[in-house]
Design a protein around this ligand. Structure first.
Ligand code: DC
Length: 229
């Protein structure tokens, strides 16, 4: 069967990566979380002390880019991808609050984006890949056969994150989360380099009022149509 490229972009906290991961597993494609790559560069920058009171030491980071090697390996037990930075498993470290709160300015640096996009394009050369992010359908794989742009209302995304934190027994304030979701939307959409936007040929998926099962069904139909098209 012919293999295609699938680009899944959209707002933060709308379930993009779970959806992309599940789809990839089901159809036997490689899954790449491009956000994890921006997070890995952020972790590296934090470790090297590139964040200073005056801002990011961009020249030092630029010089270090060739030394930052990011790869993905499947966890043999869970079959979930783990992110490696220079040979070390950083899957947990890149999800920390510290990394989350420093990643936006790193993802706004043109030279970082250029280097990561190049690696992402390399990973997708053989097709059979599902990649999720913010600029996959617009910049990384403009020729992807299937492009999906995922969204849900800010209130619903905030509620989902609130429920998730609560279910893990963590303290959470709905108002604070909503503020954070809206702030991240604003940064993602207004940054100068590769802002978040729906590609002209992407299919819009608003999952505000969809169950996981309904979303899965929707996605399977779009995939079937794309491989037969
Ligand atoms: O999807 P995420 O929250 O793990 O993404 C982390 C950050 O990286 C977020 O600030 C958006 C940014 N990002 C990006 O600019 N381009 C991508 N292709 C993926 C993520």
């Amino acid at each position: 069967m012919k293999k295609i490229t699938i680009a899944i972009d959209g707002y933060s906290s709308c379930g993009k990566s779970t959806m992309a991961k599940d789809l990839a597993r089901e159809i036997g494609y490689i899954y790449i979380d491009s956000g994890a790559m921006y997070r890995a560069v952020t972790l590296y920058s934090l470790q090297k002390g590139f964040f200073t009171e005056k801002g990011i030491e961009t020249e030092a980071l630029k010089a270090a880019m060739p030394d930052i090697h990011i790869s993905f390996r499947l966890n043999p037990e869970t079959q979930r991808p783990m992110t490696f930075l220079n040979g070390t498993n950083v899957e947990e470290a890149i999800r920390s609050m510290e990394v989350s709160s420093h990643v936006s300015p790193i993802a706004a640096l043109g030279f970082v984006r250029k280097a990561l996009v190049k690696q992402q394009q390399e990973m997708g050369k053989a097709k059979g890949i599902v990649m999720d992010g913010r600029d996959i359908g617009t910049v990384v794989f403009p020729d992807a056969e299937l492009k999906i742009f995922v969204t849900a209302s800010a209130a619903i995304r905030a509620q989902r994150r609130y429920d998730e934190l609560k279910s893990k027994g963590q303290e959470a304030s709905y108002e604070k989360i909503l503020e954070n979701v809206e702030e991240r939307d604003r940064i993602d959409q207004t940054r100068e380099v590769s802002p978040l936007r729906q590609a002209d040929d992407a299919i819009l998926l608003d999952n505000s009022h969809m169950s996981i099962a309904e979303q899965k069904q929707w996605l399977t139909e779009k995939f079937q149509a794309a491989i037969n098209g």
